[in-house]
Every structure is written in structure tokens, then in C-alpha cells.
Design a protein around this ligand. Structure first.
Ligand code: CU
Length: 826
């Protein structure tokens, strides 16, 4: 059996969760505090009289983002966030309970394990039943606190028939009647085949590659002018494609060799291997096929034979060890632009931040909005109990899955259909780069998620900021008193960035509108350019191309419009030709115009939906039993935003039944505790028999006045182009949908905002307009304090022994890049 590298954390501080929050040494904190206090006192002198000094001081205006506690605390409707991640001590306690001999699980700590051991893959909060949660939110004092449960995933590699199992452990904290039972009722199959498992033993693949590559090392070094000997300066690395399996009966994948430089994803060398990595004994893993520049070899031996006897058609241009790879770097290039040596504008909340955050409970409120934040390993940031002006609109808003299906004229691209949930979009959330990822004055919130080697805590996992949208929310010019004015438009953004650069944005507007937006950036997964790749993407360098692919991202929106009983309203506009007797004028009696028709979709099976052609009409969730003042059912409409696409490809074996949600723009189903998500982390590797088959949610049930969930997609048909090099740009690779009140109110509620102006026409010709700004003066001034110095720190790891420590950078890279960049084992 291959030896396994142990991921031991390098201990940095004594145990204790809170001790590692700080990124500044304590002494520097004090100095910073004293200097800021002095600044604040100085500024107090020049502040306008209308400013209450303590108000200013209590906000964050003068301080960098470490001073969260200065932000005014929000008041959540119930004191406890039911969806908060488990704390490090909580997950350690569960791990200890699982490891106890009486559980009989025969567990090995993952850092000391091989594939044939039983290991804990995941320990995570299991969200409480909605009924219990709603009762608690309704009356937190009298209602019992819902019991806490954890979901635990164990890789039973030690069994004769290795298998992956999910368990429900609880109630928590661990006590006498805490039990564990298989968690099966949320899946469409009993067990997860071992071949579909997540990545736990990170060194198995590098060690296998070492074995696989050793016989052909001289050939590869000659053909590619590179090395892959398991050294720090290796110039070639492997990269895999998914899925790894169809139904769990095997685990096989295509791998590509790439230059080990910045953006290796764009630097393939046109050499591929199909490898069998099935089962729990990695000594049995083998290479099944090799392809060098379209020459197919059924074994390593036959490849070597061709290499040695001269029948291999070589491409010597690749053997040059000095190929210029600098174009994939992100270093600045090109001419300077006028005035670009100056920093651009940044927004400053001169009057203090206008939102409130309960950092402990992760609750945010702003301008009538309120919401709890949750965070999980699979998909990261999610939202609970989203209320506007005191009423719940959405019980849960959560991303579900992100697929990327590729095309190409090579074995890797033609077979890739990633589903990112597998890798753990939450676990792979990156600390924001302050000022560059979010505005300078953004508030950052931490998130903790379990990532096989322990808990990873990121101090800047989530950012929150309010911005002026730069245009009015509503306005009208006019001459009659009361009609000339404008309401300013502000938006609160809550953001998290996952993997290499997927920016998940949730924007809250003053009129009750929510925009869900995803912007993607980072390096593409590119292929080796040859003329026979035409039609599958674009050449972006001498031998590099970007390959055609579709992104589709699915979100769960558990609406509660004026209660949980909701219906799906379809609105269509159509052209009509109509005659009226009163139209007997110069134009004739016939008029051609458009007309609205509305119908309720009553059966779930009819609720797998596409946006209507030309976007004529749309869909909304409404409560038929609760109407607004004008007799319309109160509702929220789902508007397509930018690039509202569904997946182009239907029927591919690699996405046969594991991403059926991607066939539509949106779908609406009855909400069930047994259908918490449209996907699972194992769906990637089980397209033929997925743990969650979305189509099974749609079983003919009536959806009239029921608790409904809208599953909404956004995405992008990514036709790469030269400007995707080195990175895809977030302005173009953006997709969104909007949820907006539809007769939910009796009028536009943003008219209640005081950040508005009403202009009065002058009495006398030539006089300036009089105005009413509701007393909200725009002339707050002060010199904002210099932003905190730029600093960026690695995530905090808490090992499975509970001790905090630093991750060796190479281990951190390995965990972050998983199968996307695999260096040969040492
Ligand atoms: Cu893309």
C-alpha cells in the first residue's frame, strides 16, 4: 500500500477557538486603538453639531474591518440562529462520540489513514425541520428550541464492500440518549458507492501518479522538456476530469498533463491518460490508456515501445524547456493609462454604517430587511428567514449546485461535466482580498466549515456593504406640486467568493426586491489548440485554447408569501386583434394590441419551466388567500436577469440524471423535508443513479396553496475568446435573477424612504426650486480615516485533534486544488 502523507497542522497557538481570530498581534491592536481614538477625538471637533459623537464612535466609520464589535448590533427575531454552523468544539465533541469504542465504527483519523480505513469525511449541522423552526421564530420564548442534529458522513473504506454512509447524529450536545441513524430519507438510493466518494486521502493520487509516471519519466522529460519527479520545481502536473463514475461500479477518469506554472489550467501539453482508480486499494490502480497528440496507446508499455522504436510521431516544439509561459500570469502588462497611478473613488458612509450585524448569531438587518446567515460545506453561504418590513418572504435561499459541462476535441474536455458541490463550495470559500473583492468599508464575517482534515475558519468569508447605486430608484420631472422628485437607490450586498473566483452576490433593494447574482472569474479549463479544435472554443495562445462550456447554477428559494400556502401563477402576454364599435374612426374598427392572461399551474409535473419566448410574461409565487387592497393575490415574481440560461446539452451520459434541474430555467415543487436539496455532493459521480434525482421531486402532486419551493437557474454559455486570457472577466461572466414584489403591497413602499427629495416649482420666474429632503442632509463631511493597511492571512485550521495550526502551503494547495492540479508524489 502506498504510504500516506500525514496532514499534520503546524501548531501555532494554544487550543481555543477564539485565540486565532486575531490577525494583528495584540500589542499592535492597542497601538492602533490609541491612535484611532486620538484621530476620532480630533475629528469630533470638526464634526457638524448635528452629529452625535457617540453615534459616530459606535459605528465603524473610523475603523478598519477588525472592529466589528463597534457596529451596532442587530436584533434578530429570535435569539438563536438555528442554521449556524457547528462550532469547532461542537464538531470535536461529535467526533469524539463517534470515535468511542461503543460506537464500533473502527475509525481512523483521516490524516493517518489510507483508503481502506474508516474515516469521518464530514460533520455538519443538519438543518431543523421547518415546522419546528417556524414555531421557534414565532414565539422564541415559549416555543421549545428545535433539537440540534448533525449530519455525519463516514467513508467505510475498511468494510469488505467499502461504502459511504450518511448519518444523523443527535440530539446535541451529546448526551445519554444521543443516537445515530442512517440518513437515507433525503436520498434516492440507500448507500453511496465507495467509488463515488469525496476526496479524503489527498496523497493517494499523487503517489499513484508517481508510480504511473516513473516508467515513462525519461520519455516525458524528452517530449515535454519538463520534469515530474515529486520535487518542488516539477514543471509538469496532472489535472483530472470528472465525473469519475457513472453508477459507482468504477472510478476512472481522464487526466491531462499541464505545465506547472501560473494558470496551469491553460497549459496542457496534449498528453492524456485514462486511469482506473477504483476501489479501496490504491496499489491496484492502473493506467488504462495513453494519448499523445491523437496517437492512442492501450498501455504504458506500448507507448514506450513506440517512443523507443521511433514510430511515435513527435512534436519537438514542445520539448523546448524555455517556452514562455508568462502570459498566464496575472502580473501587470502593457502601457500605463492616464491618471491610473491614482486610486479610484471609494464610497464612505460619512454618517456611519446604516446596517446592523449580530456577528455572534450572524444576523443582518438593513432598511426593513432582516435575515439569518447559514454556511455549509457543500455550497457555502445561505440565507434563512428573510423578512422585509417585518414579514417573512423567504424561509430559505440557498445555492444548490454549479455545473460546468465542456466540449472539445480531446479526451479530457469532451468528458468533463463538473458539479462543484462535490468539492465543497463552502469549504473552498476564500478569504476576500480586502478593498479589491469588496469595497473598502465592507464589514467581513467569518465562516467555519468542516473540510475532512478538520475545521477551516476564514475571517473574511462573507462581506457586507451598502452602496449608492448611482441612479434614482424612482423619479419624475413635472410642473405640478407633488410630482417632481426622486427617491435615492441604495443596495445592500452580501457576498461570498468560492473556489478560484465564483462571486456569489445577494443584493437587497429598498422596494423589497432581491437580486441573486453570480459572477465567475479565474482561469478557464483550457485545451491544447490545434486546428481540429475549431468549433469547440477559441485559440488564445500558440498552443492554448479556451474550451466551450455551459455553466448552470441552481438556487433553492423557499418562498413564504404571506404564509406558507402559496400557488404558482403563470402570466403571459399575447397579441390580440379586436374590434369595437367605438373604434369606428379614421383607423378602422380593428385594433392590434397585447393582452395579459393569467393561469395557475396546479400540478407539480407542469412546473418544470422555461422562460416564455421574448420574455412575454413570467412566473410568480402568490398567496391566493391573501390579497392586496386591489384584490390581487399578494406575490413575488421571479424575473430573469442577465444570461438566464439552462444547459444546452441534454442526454449526455455524464449528466444523465444527476442534474435534471439544469434542463429548465426554473421549477416549482412542493416543499418537503425529504427534498432539502436539488443535488448532493455525490451527484457528480453518479449520473446514472444519483443520490438526488431532481425529476423525482415532481410526482404529480397538486401545488395549489401549498408550501412551495422555486428552484431557479442562472448561468452562462461560455464561448471563450482571447479576452478570457489570462482570466475570465466577472463583468461578462455574470448571471442573475430577481425576486420582486408583485402586488405584494398596495403601492411602491420605497416611497416611505426619507432619502428622497421633492422639488417645488419656483413661484417667481428665475428663482431656484424649493425642496424638501425630509431633513436628511447630504452634507456630512469628515476626513475618513485611512483604511487599515492591506494584509491577507491564511485561513485558520483546527485539526481533528482540535488544535489550531497553520497548514503547510503545499498541503493547503493540495486541499484547495484537489484533482485540478495534482503534483506527482515525492
Ligand atoms: Cu466559464
Amino acid at each position: 500500500m502506498a504510504s500516506n502523507h500525514a496532514y499534520k497542522l503546524i501548531s501555532s497557538e494554544p487550543p481555543g477557538e477564539d485565540s486565532s481570530h486575531r490577525t494583528y498581534p495584540r500589542k499592535r491592536y492597542w497601538l492602533l486603538g490609541i491612535s484611532l481614538l486620538f484621530n476620532a477625538l480630533s475629528f469630533a471637533v470638526i464634526l457638524r453639531g448635528s452629529h452625535n459623537f457617540t453615534d459616530i464612535f459606535s459605528q465603524k466609520i473610523f475603523f478598519g474591518d477588525s472592529w466589528y464589535s463597534s457596529l451596532d448590533k442587530a436584533s434578530p427575531p429570535a435569539p438563536l440562529n438555528l442554521w449556524a454552523s457547528l462550532t469547532v468544539p461542537e464538531s470535536l465533541e461529535i467526533a469524539a462520540w463517534l470515535e468511542a469504542p461503543e460506537r464500533d465504527l473502527n475509525l481512523t483519523r483521516v490524516e493517518d489513514s489510507v483508503l481502506s480505513d474508516n474515516v469521518i469525511f464530514l460533520i455538519e449541522k443538519y438543518y431543523p425541520p421547518k415546522e419546528d423552526a417556524l414555531a421557534y421564530l414565532e414565539d422564541p420564548e415559549k416555543s421549545p428550541l428545535p433539537e440540534t442534529y448533525a449530519r455525519v458522513t463516514i467513508h467505510h473504506g475498511g468494510r469488505k464492500e467499502p461504502v459511504v454512509k450518511d448519518y444523523l447524529v443527535g440530539p446535541l450536545p451529546v448526551r445519554a440518549h444521543t443516537t445515530m441513524r442512517p440518513l437515507v430519507d433525503i436520498y434516492h438510493r440507500e448507500d453511496i458507492p465507495f467509488n463515488a466518494r469525496g476526496l479524503a486521502q489527498m496523497m493517494e493520487m499523487p503517489n499513484f501518479l508517481k508510480r504511473a509516471v516513473t516508467p515513462i519519466l525519461p520519455a516525458m522529460e524528452e517530449l515535454f522538456g519538463g520534469t515530474m519527479r515529486g520535487q518542488d520545481d516539477d514543471t509538469l502536473v496532472g489535472g483530472m476530469s470528472g465525473p469519475f463514475s457513472f453508477d459507482g461500479s468504477f472510478r476512472r477518469l481522464w487526466m491531462s498533463w499541464r505545465r506547472n506554472a501560473a494558470g496551469s489550467y491553460l497549459l496542457p501539453v496534449n498528453f492524456y491518460k485514462y486511469v482506473d482508480v477504483s476501489g479501496s486499494d490504491s496499489s491496484q490502480w492502473k493506467v488504462l490508456k495513453l494519448i499523445y497528440h491523437d496517437q492512442v496507446f492501450p498501455s504504458t508499455e506500448s507507448f514506450l515501445e513506440a517512443f523507443n522504436n521511433g514510430t511515435l510521431i513527435r512534436h519537438p516544439e514542445q520539448a523546448d524547456p524555455n517556452i514562455d509561459l508568462s502570459w498566464t500570469e496575472r502580473k501587470r502588462i502593457g502601457p500605463e493609462r492616464d491618471l491610473d497611478h491614482l486610486p479610484g473613488p471609494r464610497s464612505v458612509s460619512f454618517s456611519g454604517l446604516r446596517y446592523r450585524v449580530d456577528r455572534q448569531q450572524q444576523y443582518i438587518s438593513w432598511m426593513g430587511w432582516g435575515m439569518y446567515l447559514g454556511f455549509d460545506r457543500d455550497m457555502g453561504l445561505n440565507f434563512w428567514d428573510i423578512r422585509f418590513r417585518g414579514e417573512r418572504i423567504i424561509y430559505q435561499l440557498a445555492p444548490q449546485e454549479a455545473l460546468a459541462q465542456y466540449g472539445g476535441n480531446d479526451p479530457l474536455q469532451a468528458t468533463t461535466a463538473w458539479m462543484d458541490r462535490y468539492f465543497g463550495m463552502g469549504g473552498l470559500v476564500r478569504d476576500m482580498i480586502p478593498h479589491y473583492d469588496c469595497p473598502q468599508e465592507a464589514i467581513y464575517l467569518p465562516a467555519t466549515s468542516f473540510m475532512v482534515f478538520g475545521n477551516v475558519k476564514r475571517d473574511r468569508a462573507i462581506c457586507i456593504f451598502e452602496q449608492d447605486t448611482g441612479k434614482p430608484l424612482s423619479r419624475h420631472s413635472g410642473y405640478v406640486e407633488g410630482e417632481f422628485g426622486a427617491v435615492k437607490s441604495y443596495v445592500l450586498t452580501v457576498r461570498s467568493i468560492s473556489t478560484v473566483g465564483k462571486c456569489f452576490d445577494y443584493l437587497f433593494f429598498l422596494d423589497g426586491t432581491i437580486e441573486v447574482r453570480l459572477s465567475a472569474s479565474g482561469y478557464m479549463q483550457g485545451g491544447y489548440w490545434r486546428s481540429n479544435q475549431d468549433g469547440y472554443g477559441s485559440r488564445i495562445r500558440d498552443t492554448s485554447m479556451g474550451n466551450l462550456h455551459d455553466h448552470v447554477i441552481n438556487y433553492k428559494v423557499d418562498f413564504d408569501i404571506a404564509g406558507t400556502a402559496n400557488s404558482l401563477l403563470k402570466t403571459t402576454t399575447k397579441q390580440e386583434e379586436i374590434t369595437h364599435p367605438w373604434l369606428d374612426d379614421d383607423w378602422g374598427q380593428q385594433v392590434i394590441q397585447q393582452k395579459i392572461s393569467k393561469e395557475y399551474i396546479t400540478n407539480e409535473n407542469d412546473a418544470l419551466l422555461k422562460h416564455p419566448p421574448n420574455f412575454q410574461g413570467g412566473y410568480a409565487l402568490v398567496n391566493q388567500d391573501v390579497t392586496n387592497a386591489w384584490g390581487y393575490p399578494r406575490g413575488y415574481a421571479i424575473h430573469p436577469g442577465q444570461s438566464p440560461v439552462h444547459n444546452t446539452v441534454v442526454g449526455s451520459k455524464r449528466l444523465l440524471n444527476n442534474a435534471n434541474w439544469a434542463r429548465y430555467n426554473l421549477a416549482v415543487s412542493r416543499r418537503k423535508e425529504t427534498e432539502p436539496s436539488s443535488s448532493s455532493m455525490w451527484n457528480l459521480n453518479l449520473p446514472g443513479s444519483p443520490p438526488v434525482d431532481f425529476h423525482k421531486f415532481f410526482d404529480g402532486e397538486n401545488i395549489t396553496q401549498q408550501d412551495l419551493v422555486a428552484w431557479i437557474n442562472l448561468g452562462m454559455h461560455h464561448l471563450p475568446q482571447a479576452e478570457d486570457s489570462p482570466n475570465t472577466k466577472a463583468n461578462i461572466a455574470t448571471s442573475s435573477f430577481t425576486l420582486t414584489p408583485l402586488n405584494y403591497f398596495d403601492h411602491d413602499v420605497s416611497m416611505e424612504l426619507k432619502n428622497a427629495v421633492l422639488l417645488h416649482f419656483p413661484q417667481k420666474v428665475g428663482d431656484p426650486f424649493a425642496f424638501d429632503d425630509n431633513g436628511v442632509k447630504q452634507d456630512f463631511t469628515c476626513l475618513p480615516d485611512a483604511p487599515a493597511p492591506f494584509e491577507y492571512s491564511p485561513a485558520h485550521w483546527f485539526g481533528n485533534d482540535g488544535n489550531p495550526g497553520d497548514m503547510d502551503p503545499e498541503d493547503a494547495r493540495r486541499i484547495a486544488e484537489m484533482y485540478l492540479r495534482v503534483k506527482v508524489g515525492a
